[in-house]
Structures are given as structure tokens and as C-alpha cells.
Design a protein around this ligand. Structure first.
Ligand code: ADP
Length: 577
């Protein structure tokens, strides 16, 4: 996104919907015209037609005015319906841009930002933005045209009275704006206190057993009473502000006509205007109330909407750390040769890997072992370029991953993560995720090879069973096998398997192992291994600890070495026996 002003970016979202915007504005203008013409046309009818007893013409003008109000309601329909539609379309565009931008952002962004928090903020912001997008220009336009138009007409009728009225309007506007702002902060305070009370209730109720066990109910009650008092106080404050606002509005609404009649009466007595002019003025004064309210609503809406839009723009300006180089090439016809070449990597200040070199030949299976936090997952994440190395390079088939397109690189790598994510939907769709154009027969075959087929058949709706929050909760072992099935479908030449550390029963473990073995056949495979069975089936084992590779060799070689691996192996054997 270009580094132009927030307001300009906001305006740019109107561009694709310019026709709708113009329609909205034209109808808003027509609404203003009807409101502005009514008093002045009535004045003409009363002043020019009534004295001559031209009843026919008089009623014709009145009928025309009635017709104008029918039209005004049509314009209101258009403004309300199409105007909202404009807001909805802009919201959809903003959402679309945001979503596609968020998809571009790198792992490092999601490491730093909590997704839930981000989404709820964006949802709240989008609501305010849409409100501003739709109501903003219209409110501003209608209010400005009505107030200025009325002022101009009133000036031509009786300029002194017009000036008196317009001396009061800014006061009215100031009062409304300030009151609304106070109401807003009072309502925020109420919301805060309410969430305080809810937190108190939740913590008290979930800690009820503890409170009872310590016979501490009285202290809990006191804490609750304090939160309840604060909430009551905040509500009282809110209603006091609201009462002041309503009282003030009522005052201005009554005060303006009184001023008009008082000053106008004086002017009539001085022979500078007549009764009909005074009536016209009174009518104009009543048309002000709505625009003034709208104008102050606009100020509020603008502040909220723009604050939200600014946050949106900030998010859109976050550049992804990992981007395809301008001359990036496609990775094709992969043999599956991986070389981690003297790599140093750090997430923040501390290095996680230092001068690590590892060569995995095509078709080879290498197990990576070592204590938790040693850097095994990190090493594996560098191959699909989820992060860029701090120093050194990662090569696939002799090509630096930074020179390849991310899409083609990741298309050649299958990753089974420890913590498998299943999307809301059926188990069928979740397997198909591996290759969206796979046939049903291929999906069933993948499920069989991943050893999950029997489990699926035992589920209430078989492949059509819903998974996740509103469906069947799959066990960790089942989830891993679903993700293995995905990889069978994807059929990549390079595999990265992150074994689940959680304890599995021996049957599940054997099934996962057999699925892993089947999957690894003929592919270059890197396994983050926790289990003896997996470790032993690897052709080579590397031990990573404290940022670097400590040992490397076959199972037998490393046992003979009697080092870290041998200790790890002995420890596991004694547990699993
Ligand atoms: P292992 O897979 O061997 O358990 P990891 O590669 O997950 O080790 O972690 C290595 C180190 O890097 C740990 O100290 C961990 O806290 C840190 N680390 C892992 N992921 C991140 C991350 N996304 N951001 C910052 N630090 C991380």
C-alpha cells in the first residue's frame, strides 16, 4: 500500500463505487432541497397568492409541496438502502484487502500478534469504518447544505434576524458535540465497570470451592460488592450526562423559536418584516435541529471511524518478512537434495542455531533428536522458508530457497506438524485439503494408507463427520493421521515430520509408525523424532543441542560413541520397557 495519507486511502475505497456514491449524494441533495424550499415556497403562497384570494393557485402550490414530500420519502428510501449498500460494499472491499494482506504476512508476524485479539480489534474497527463510510459524507453533506442554505435564504428575507439566529447555532452545535463526547466516555466507563463485575463473578464462581474451603465467602462478597458499587456509580454518571444532554436539547429547541419570535416581534413592530416572514423563520429554525444533531454525530463518527481506519492502514503497511525475490524462479523436477549450509539463526537477540551444517541426500531419512528447546523445529522451519536464516544458506537441489518462489518451494514439501490444525468442516474436506482436486477414490486411498480409514468409518457420519468445535473432537493421534493422509494426497518429494510428543497408546503408535514409514518411502525425509521406533528406522541421526549439531551417524554408530544419543536412548528405553 502506498504511503499516502489515511484520508486519501479512505477516499480511494469510494472509487469503485462512485456511481452509488453519486446517487447517494444527489438524493441527499434533493432531500435538502425539499426541506429548504418548503418554508420559502409557503411564504410565497401566503404572501403573493392569499391576499389576491387566488385559492386555486394556493392549493396547487400546497399540493406540489405535498408531492415534494412524497418524493422526499423516495429519496430517503434510496439514501437509506443504497447508501447502506455502499457502506457494505466498501466494508467487503476492506475485508478482502485485509484478509489477503494477512495471508501474506510471515510467521514472525503471527509469533508477535495474538490472532484472536487481532481479529476482534479488526472486527470492531471495521464496524466503525463502515458506519463512517456510509453515514459520514451524507451526514456532513445534508447538514452543511441545510444549515448554509437556510442561512442564505434567511439572509435574503431579513438579515438582522438571520444573524441573531446564527449567533445561537454555534452554541447549540458546541453543546451537542461536547455532550455527546461526555456521554461516550461515560458509556465506556460503564462498559469497563461491567466487564470488571463479570470478571469478579467469573473468578468468584470458579473459585467457589476454594472460597468455601477457606470459609472466605465474606471476603468474596465484599470484593463483589465493591465492583457492584463501582458499576452502579458509573451508570449513575452515564444517566446524569444523558439527562443533561436531553435537558439542554429541549432548552435549545424551545429557546431558538422564542429568540426568533422575540426579536422578530420587535422587527415587526419596527416595520422591518411581516408576520409571514416571521412564520417562515420559525419554520426554518425547526429544520435546524436534525442537521445540528447530525453534524455532531458526524464529528463523533469521524473520530471513531478514522481511528479504526488508521489501525487498518497500519496493519496494511506491515511488510511481510518473507517475500519472493523479484527474479524468483519456480522449483521444478525436484530430486530432494537438502543442504543446510553453515546456518546461524535467531528469532530475537539470542541465536537458536549457530553454524549448523546438514546434508540430506535424495530419498534419505534423517532423524533429528535432542532435548526440548534445542532448535529441532526451528531447523525444520527453515527448509520451507517459514523464516529466513540470519547467516548461511539453505539449499534445495542446489538452489538457495531465497531464490525460489515460496509457492513452488512449499508445493514440494509435505509437513506433518505436531499440533495439527483441522479446519471447521467435514473430515473429508480436511483430507482433501492436501490436494483440492483429488477424487473421492484418491481420498479414501489416502485415508487407508494413513491408517485412519477404520477410525473414520467408526465415526457417526463417516467421511462426512463434522470435526472441531461443533463436531467430533479427534484425538491427537487421529489428527496426525489426518494430516498424514493430506500428505499422501499431496505426494511431495520432500517430507518434514514432527512427531507428537504426547503419549500415545501402543496400537496408535504402531499405526502412526507404519503410516510414517509408508509415507517416507522414496522421499527425502527429515523427522523430528521422539520415539525409539522412529529413530531406529532412520538411516542417519543428528543430535541437536545448544544451537549446534553435537553428534551425527547411524543408530549403531552413535550408541557405540556412548555420547549424548546413547544417554538419550538408554533413558527412553528404560521408560518404555
Ligand atoms: P525444539 O524443536 O528442539 O524443541 P525449537 O526449535 O522449538 O526447539 O526452539 C528452539 C528455541 O527457540 C527455544 O528456546 C524456543 O523458545 C525458541 N523459539 C521457538 N520458536 C520461537 C518463536 N517463534 N519466536 C521466538 N523464539 C522461538
Amino acid at each position: 500500500m502506498k504511503r499516502s495519507g489515511t484520508l486519501r486511502i479512505f477516499a480511494s475505497y469510494y472509487k469503485p463505487h462512485l456511481k452509488l456514491f453519486v446517487l447517494d449524494m444527489v438524493c441527499a441533495l434533493c432531500i435538502c432541497a425539499v426541506d429548504l424550499l418548503f418554508p420559502v415556497v409557503s411564504r410565497y403562497a401566503m404572501q403573493s397568492l392569499l391576499p389576491g384570494r387566488l385559492f386555486g393557485a394556493f392549493f396547487a402550490v400546497m399540493a406540489a409541496l405535498a408531492g415534494a414530500y412524497v418524493l422526499k420519502s423516495v429519496f430517503y428510501y434510496v439514501v437509506t438502502y443504497w447508501g447502506h449498500l455502499l457502506g457494505v460494499r466498501m466494508e467487503a472491499d476492506i475485508r478482502r484487502d485485509l484478509f489477503s494482506h494477512m495471508q501474506q504476512l510471515s510467521f514472525s508476524f503471527y509469533d508477535k500478534n495474538r490472532t484472536g485479539q487481532l481479529m476482534s480489534r479488526v472486527t470492531g474497527d471495521l464496524f466503525e469504518i463502515t458506519e463512517l463510510a456510509h453515514h459520514g459524507p451524507e451526514d456532513l453533506f445534508i447538514s452543511a447544505v441545510t444549515i448554509l442554505g437556510a442561512f442564505a435564504i434567511m439572509l435574503t428575507i431579513q438579515w438582522q434576524l438571520a444573524l441573531v439566529v446564527f449567533a445561537v447555532i454555534p452554541l447549540f452545535l458546541l453543546f451537542t458535540t461536547l455532550s455527546r463526547r461526555r456521554m461516550m466516555s461515560a458509556s465506556t466507563a460503564v462498559k469497563e465497570k461491567l466487564s470488571g463485575i463479570n470478571g469478579e463473578v467469573e473468578s468468584s464462581l470458579s473459585g467457589m470451592r476454594t472460597a468455601k474451603a477457606f470459609a472466605n465467602e465474606a471476603a468474596e462478597s465484599r470484593k463483589f460488592a465493591a465492583a457492584n458499587d463501582e458499576f452502579r456509580g458509573a451508570k449513575r454518571g452515564y444517566y446524569r450526562t444523558m439527562a443533561r444532554y436531553i435537558a439542554g436539547m429541549e432548552f435549545f429547541m424551545g429557546f431558538l423559536p422564542v429568540v426568533v419570535i422575540a426579536v422578530g416581534g420587535g422587527l415587526i413592530m419596527a416595520g422591518r418584516m411581516d408576520f409571514i416572514d416571521l412564520t417562515t423563520f420559525t419554520l426554518y429554525v425547526t429544520t435546524f435541529i436534525t442537521p445540528v444533531r447530525k453534524l455532531s454525530a458526524f464529528v463523533e463518527q469521524y473520530m471513531q471511524g478514522m481511528a479504526g481506519f488508521k489501525r487498518f492502514v497500519e496493519l496494511m503497511r506491515v511488510e511481510p518478512d518473507i517475500k519472493d525475490a523479484p527474479d524468483a524462479v519456480e522449483l521444478k523436477d525436484v530430486r530432494g537434495d537438502i543442504l543446510v549450509d553453515d546456518v546461524t539463526f535467531r528469532y530475537d537477540a539470542e541465536p537458536v542455531l549457530e553454524h549448523v551444517t546438514l546434508h540430506v541426500r535424495p530419498g534419505e531419512t534423517v532423524a533429528v533428536v535432542g532435548p526440548s528447546g534445542g532448535g529441532k523445529s526451528t531447523l525444520c522451519q527453515l527448509i520451507p522458508r517459514f523464516y529466513d536464516v540470519t547467516d548461511g544458506r539453505v539449499l534445495v537441489d542446489g538452489q538457495d530457497v531465497r531464490t525460489l518462489t515460496q509457492h513452488s518451494l512449499r508445493g514440494q514439501i509435505g509437513i506433518v506438524q505436531q499440533d495439527v490444525f483441522l479446519f471447521a468442516g467435514t473430515i473429508y474436506d480436511n483430507i482433501r485439503y492436501g490436494r483440492p482436486d483429488a477424487t473421492e477414490a484418491e481420498i479414501v486411498e489416502a485415508a487407508r494408507r494413513a491408517e485412519i480409514y477404520d477410525d473414520i468409518l467408526a465415526m457417526p457420519d463417516g467421511f462426512q463427520t463434522q470435526v472441531g468445535e461443533r463436531g467430533v473432537m479427534l484425538s491427537g493421534g487421529q489428527k496426525q493421521r489426518v494430516s498424514i493422509a493430506r500428505i499422501f494426497l499431496k505426494n511431495p518429494p520432500i517430507l518434514i515430520l514432527d512427531e507428537a510428543t504426547s503419549a500415545l497408546d501402543s496400537v496408535t503408535e504402531a499405526r502412526i509408525q507404519s503410516a510414517f514409514d509408508d509415507l517416507a518411502r522414496g522421499r527425502t525425509t527429515l523427522i523430528i523424532a521422539h520415539r525409539l521406533s522412529t529413530i531406529r528406522s532412520a538411516s542417519r541421526i543428528v543430535v541437536i543441542d545448544g544451537c549446534s549439531i553435537r553428534e551425527e551417524g547411524t543408530h549403531e554408530e552413535l550408541l557405540a560413541l556412548g555420547g549424548e544419543y546413547a544417554q538419550l536412548y538408554e533413558a527412553q528405553k528404560s521408560v518404555s520397557v
